[in-house]
Design a protein around this ligand. Sequence first.
Ligand code: C2E
Ligand code: MG
Ligand code: MG
Length: 412
Amino acid sequence: MTYFFEISSPRKETIAKNAGKPSVLFITLHGLKAFNQKQGFSEGNHFLQAFAQLLAQHFDRENCCRLGGGHFSVIADGTNIDDKLRSLIENCKNLNTTGGIHPHIGIYTYENDDVNINMACDRAKLACDSLEDNRTAGIARYDQKIKHEEENHRYILENLNKAIAERWITVYYQPIVRTVNEKVCDEEALARWIDPVKGFLSPADFIPVLEEEKLIYKLDLYMLERVIEKMKYLESQNIPVIPQSINLSRSDFEVCDMVTEITNRVRAAGISPELLVIEITETVHGVDYDFLNEQIRRFHEAGFKVWMDDFGAGFSTLDVLQDFDFDLIKLDMHFIQSFGNNRKNPIIIRKIIEMADALGIDTLAEGVETEDHMKFLEEIGCDRLQGYYFSKPLPYDEVMKLLQEKGVIASF
Ligand code: C2E
Ligand code: MG
Ligand code: MG
């Protein structure tokens, strides 16, 4: 790889001098891992060798490199490169009699910019990553959209500590109501990043970046501290405090002992653990059942309730009901949002609520937007509701005003 990067710089100059478009390719063999598992490593190695030969035939040996695993890089003239890539993909099909391996090709083409080969390769990889979920061969270019995402990613990383220290990140609260009386019984704390340069950023702009970089624990502990601060303030003013839920991401648990971190902060503040609810999202990938169960048990032991967020958004949901000891499940918004769109949807919602009820697990429906949603959920016995029908997530002042109007708290 080092040698490839060394010889690629002069090669790039030559292509540019000859009025070509210097381009770097990043190629990933999608499905190689499964192929290895099924056919054995020796077959996998043969495939890699055959693919390397193919690459050399298309782009010449000295322009190609295997970076490691099923990843290759190529320096090439991007002018009319698509025909070559299509031929590469076609020929790869012939190597691949089982059909399980598909090349994903990312392309970065130089545009008068000062980018070294490493970075060009990283950008080609970003383009390639955008094909991640495709189960067929594909070609993707580093374009404005990917460029914007890359810049956003870098901005978030470089500014996280400052956003925390300067409190650019703030907590919005969304009320949750009890279905039987429509009284607010909890609030969910949701992060907003109000940036002096970029303006209002919603979780979709920064949560995935922080999760990927395993830095989300910083945000989550900061959110907890802000929620505790609010509860302390309300207590000092003799204003009743209703339970507040905070969201945790799975990677929090990989980086630190979340149960201890949370328990210590809540104890130090003298807040009752019953007032804090932990929301954990079910994701199928990489769940260590025993580990997660142990964390839930420890949260319970410390007095916290644990809710499962986005129930039904993944694949292994029934396992989750069976194997984990959640106090409540939050039905993923997509169930309610497609309410009435088809015959099956209300049946599924009803049965989930019935099943959870029989298992002694409370239920909450997210994304309640209309009176029809509310009436249906009431009829089938869903315990709690959350959604724009009642209120959007609001900044502290506004949510307090709303709670006063609704008579949850007296004026202060
Ligand atoms: P979530 O925890 O499932 O939160 C519910 C999301 O649904 C929120 O989006 C909320 O604004 C939105 N929502 C609520 N009611 C309605 C409705 O009636 N209709 C529609 N269309 N949407 C509704 P938001 O605030 O953008 O948060 C998105 C996700 O980001 C959250 O999903 C949560 O997974 C994550 N997140 C937010 N704050 C934090 C945080 O502090 N830490 C972690 N780890 N994740 C967070
Ligand atoms: Mg949540
Ligand atoms: Mg949710």
